[in-house]
Design a protein around this ligand. Structure first.
Ligand SMILES: *[C@@H]1O[C@H](CO)[C@@H](O)[C@H](O)[C@H]1NC(C)=O
Ligand SMILES: *[C@@H]1O[C@H](CO)[C@@H](O)[C@H](O)[C@H]1NC(C)=O
Ligand SMILES: *[C@@H]1O[C@H](CO)[C@@H](O)[C@H](O)[C@H]1NC(C)=O
Length: 437
């Protein structure tokens, strides 16, 4: 019996690439990392596969390149006790073996994106307690065990975008107290637990765009320190409540009709980007005193009064393109000097008197493209708007006889406005830089 066993071992050693044991040798690169080029390991070979290099005791970085390896070879971290970076992107990996990382004591960056992993077992990364970056994007994950990320207390970046996750265990991120950046976009998440991020006290960037969320309670981010950005674009949200500590909310392409503020004490928000939603009025927003940039383009806004801007005492950029505005009004009693960029393209103006901007004297850029403007009235352009450097007027229906006064004012100002023949429709001619008929 013993003899037979010895013979088998000898056969295995004598037949490299046989199904019994497999050696992968990596080649050193100029940057002192090591590449495993073209490695192929079949599922029945993976448990007996080992990796070698010329300097295993000191090597810190390994990457797979054009490889197909089924899993990270077990024993790899025993061979390379100083390994800090492992890049196994697109290496046809199908599973994370349990105890795969038991010896990965110095591993800081693990790239497993673009593979075919569909579940993460319990304590999947157990042992890799120095891990700072974990990339699992673009796999086939449907299941992550509740303890999969246990003890990753130094993890800062976790990338889970582009998987097939429909739900997340309530405690799955519980240990990730240093996590700063979490990507969950492009999954199929239908809900996010109200306390899912309770343990993530350092989180400042969260992307849950392109999921199937019908609601998302952001009250769990109500905290005293700043949260940088949450992206909830392309879900099915009907309303959002912005936490007072959040600086930027991106919520493109939902069905949002209402935005509320969770703040009793004011808000840190500087950027609110919500094009392609269902807001009907700027007054559907709470007062956000630090807001600098507001994008409400392609909503269902029919009326706009510059007085609404008063609730955003720092607003510089206002985008209202693609709404249903036929007119704007101005009930402001005192001038606002912070507002500099006003975008009103793709609305339904036929006539506009620029006098409506009289209390917005520092406007730099005004976009009125693709409306139905036949005339634009203006009185003392350079005196009223001395810093207006750009007015965009393409795609309107100006009447040639009605724009003479406008052209005269424009020529006496610093405002650039000129169109070219290519901007004119067939039935229009170009007169003094304005397409008209
Ligand atoms: C990992 O390797 C892939 C190619 O296999 C490369 O495109 C990518 O830039 C590498 N990532 C890092 C962080 O080095
Ligand atoms: C969130 O992910 C989407 C899809 O990958 C990307 O387009 C978007 O820029 C990301 N958002 C942020 C704030 O980085
Ligand atoms: C509001 O601010 C006051 C004074 O700065 C503070 O005592 C209170 O805790 C704050 N409330 C909230 C909900 O943050």
């Amino acid at each position: 019996m013993v003899k037979l066993w010895a013979v088998l071992v000898l056969v295995a050693i004598a037949l490299p690439g046989g199904s019994f044991s497999k050696q992968l040798r990596c080649t050193m690169e100029l940057d002192r990392s090591c590449s495993l080029v073209g490695a192929i390991v079949n599922p029945d070979e993976i448990m007996s596969t080992s990796v070698s290099s010329s300097n295993p005791a000191t090597l810190t970085a390994i990457q797979f390149s054009r490889a197909s390896v089924t899993a990270i070879p077990p024993g790899m971290f025993q061979t390379f006790p100083k390994l800090e970076t492992l890049n196994a992107t697109a290496a046809n990996i199908k599973q994370v073996l349990s105890n795969n990382f038991a010896d990965a004591k110095t591993l800081q960056e693990l790239y497993l994106g673009g593979n075919k992993i569909h579940d993460l077992p319990e304590e999947a990364f157990f042992g890799a307690r120095r891990l700072r970056t974990l990339d699992l994007s673009n796999n086939a994950l449907t299941l992550i065990e509740g303890t999969a990320f246990k003890r990753l207390r130094e993890l800062k970046t976790l990338l889970l975008g582009g998987n097939s996750l429909t739900e997340l265990q309530p405690t799955v991120f519980g240990d990730l107290s240093e996590l700063e950046n979490l990507e969950l976009q492009q999954n199929e998440l239908g809900a996010i637990g109200d306390r899912l991020f309770e343990g993530c006290t350092s989180l400042s960037k969260l992307n849950v765009s392109y999921n199937a969320l019908k609601s998302f309670d952001m009250a769990q981010f109500e905290r005293r320190w700043i949260f940088d950005v949450i992206d909830v674009s392309h879900n099915s949200l009907a309303s959002v409540t912005v936490p007072s500590s959040l600086r930027q909310l991106v919520a493109t392409g939902n069905g949002i009709r209402r935005v509320a503020s969770g703040a009793a004490n004011g808000s840190e928000m500087i950027l609110l980007k919500m094009p392609h939603n269902k807001l009907t009025s700027m007054d559907d927003l709470p007062a956000l005193e630090k807001l600098i940039s507001l994008d409400l383009s392609f909503n269902q806004i029919r009326e706009f009064d510059f007085a609404s801007v008063a609730r955003f005492g720092k607003l510089v950029l206002l985008k209202l393109d693609g709404n249903q505005l036929e007119t704007v009004s101005n009930g402001l009693t005192a001038p606002i000097t912070h507002l500099k960029y006003v975008h009103l393209a793709d609305n339904q103006f036929t006539h506009l008197d620029l006098g409506v901007l009289r209390t917005v004297p520092r406007v730099l850029k005004l976009d009125l493209r693709r409306n139905r403007l036949e005339r634009l009235l203006v009185n003392d352009l350079s005196g009223s708007y001395p810093v207006l450097v750009r007015m965009m007027l393409e795609g309107n229906r100006f009447r040639c006889e009605a724009v003479r006064a406008l052209v005269k004012e424009l020529k006496e100002s610093i405002t650039a406005y000129a169109m070219t023949r290519g901007d004119c429709r067939k039935d229009q001619k170009l007169v003094d830089g304005i397409c008209c008929s």
